[in-house]
Design a protein around this ligand. Structure first.
Ligand code: BDR
Ligand code: CA
Length: 313
């Protein structure tokens, strides 16, 4: 199986993605690393440990990530109105028994990349601070990590924090820009793709009736996520951002991609905006764009196949 590490801010759709990974025979989960985003990092770590306990997978290590952005200059924004105060649908679960390992997330990422050079797929489901820190810790990290699959950005469509920015990129724009131009083998899945991948109310009812352990747990935490989508998007369903991105690790052929340079706007009202330049037009010597390494940006998705995989697993 493919070795993966999930960098995550659980989060209801993060919980779905983590369970999906644990249920996928194609994958071997080496660890979870945590980050602020939907909740602050301390709670994110507790939730990661809790989810592994629910799954009976306390053998998987959790490494706690950064509590501040890469520049330590951005006020954190959490999304309690999307995921609940506890990040998991306000269910008042008891605290986990387990503890994170002694290594910080970035140190764990560097260690695993050195242990299995070129073999590890890092799936990033929150702001990209830990990955930017790993790049700073080890100048060879971009080449030693096998692949980085990122849920982030909004290409040619509006964001979800504001018209410009998607939440994970908005969480740490400077870190995101570093990762996009790092030279690592990066796949980016943005809102332009994940907004096509919808779990409907009918799908949820089917899951609730299925009797599956993970389905039952997810149905318990998902109500607030459905209400948020009803209020904000007027849809009777939820976007499967993080699970869809995890599927790109399981079966990349369910997406099509374009290749280009991605940069992140770091100032002004469009802070957090992701811009893709696929070099169809030559702009001459604009080195901030032309000389940078490219990444793969997902453009289309086989949404029914992705939803089916999520449901099945
Ligand atoms: C992303 O932000 C978080 O709310 C979700 O978990 C997902 O990773 C969507 O913009
Ligand atoms: Ca997330």
């Amino acid at each position: 199986p493919k070795k993966i590490i999930i960098d995550t801010d659980p989060g209801i759709d993060d919980a779905m993605a983590i369970f999906l990974a644990l249920q996928s025979p194609e994958l071997e989960v080496l660890g979870l690393t945590t980050i602020f985003g939907n909740v602050y990092t301390t709670l994110s770590t507790k939730n990661a440990l809790h989810l592994l306990e629910i799954a009976g997978r306390t053998d998987i290590p959790v490494a706690e990530g950064s509590h501040v952005t890469i520049t330590n200059g951005t006020k954190l924004r959490v999304a309690d109105f999307v995921h609940g105060n506890d990040g998991l649908g306000n269910q008042n679960f008891p605290p986990p028994n387990g503890k994170p390992i002694d290594q910080a997330a970035a140190v764990f990422l560097v260690e695993q990349a050195n242990l299995y050079p070129g073999e590890v797929t890092l799936v990033a489901l929150g702001p990209l601070t830990n990955i930017a820190l790993a790049l700073q810790l080890d100048s060879g990290f971009a080449k030693k990590i096998g692949k980085i699959i990122i849920l982030g950005g909004a290409f040619f469509v509006n964001g979800n924090v504001n018209p410009a920015a998607e939440a994970n990129i908005f969480g740490d724009p400077e870190a995101a820009d570093m990762v996009f131009i790092s030279g690592a083998d990066v796949i980016v899945v943005g809102l332009n793709v994940t907004h096509q991948v919808v779990l409907t109310e009918a799908d949820r009812d089917k899951l609730a009736r299925s009797g599956g352990k993970f389905a039952k747990y997810l149905c318990q935490i998902m109500d607030i996520y459905f209400s948020y989508h009803k209020d904000s998007y007027e849809i009777k369903g939820v976007y499967l951002h993080d699970p869809a991105t995890l599927i790109a690790a399981v079966d990349p052929s369910l997406f099509t991609y374009t290749e280009g340079v991605v940069r992140v706007q770091t100032t002004g009202i469009s802070r957090g905006l992701t811009i893709l330049y696929n070099k169809q037009k030559r702009f001459g010597e604009v080195s901030e764009w032309c000389d940078k390494p490219t990444v793969k940006v997902a453009i289309t998705v086989d949404a029914p196949a992705v939803v089916k995989l999520v449901m099945d697993r």
